[in-house]
Write a protein that binds this ligand. Sequence first.
Ligand SMILES: [Zn+2]
Length: 116
Amino acid sequence: MQNTEPFREKLLQLKKEMLEKMQAINADIKHEGMSADWEEQATERENDEVLESLGNASQQELAQINQALERIKDGEYFTCSQCGADIPASRLELLPYTNLCVECAEANEKQRKNNA
Ligand SMILES: [Zn+2]
């Protein structure tokens, strides 16, 4: 049985940073200027779109972090959710919220590329 505590702490820290980042993004989106200049308004809208897609990426990452925390609770953190193999701690140190072993992650990536 491997010790998940350092990973849990890391994930909680990541989650905190992610929430702070998302709050900052949301504050930026809400902050809409009343610029008279049309060109300036268009630029602001473009910025908002960038911020929104950033927000979506963060939300996905946050969901993965929450999943990883659930997996720790269920004692499944070191188990690949696709093939059931052990995920090495060294991989989880780099990607603390992954739920796949290297083989499955690579296989999925290949499939994604083939489907594209
Ligand atoms: Zn696997």
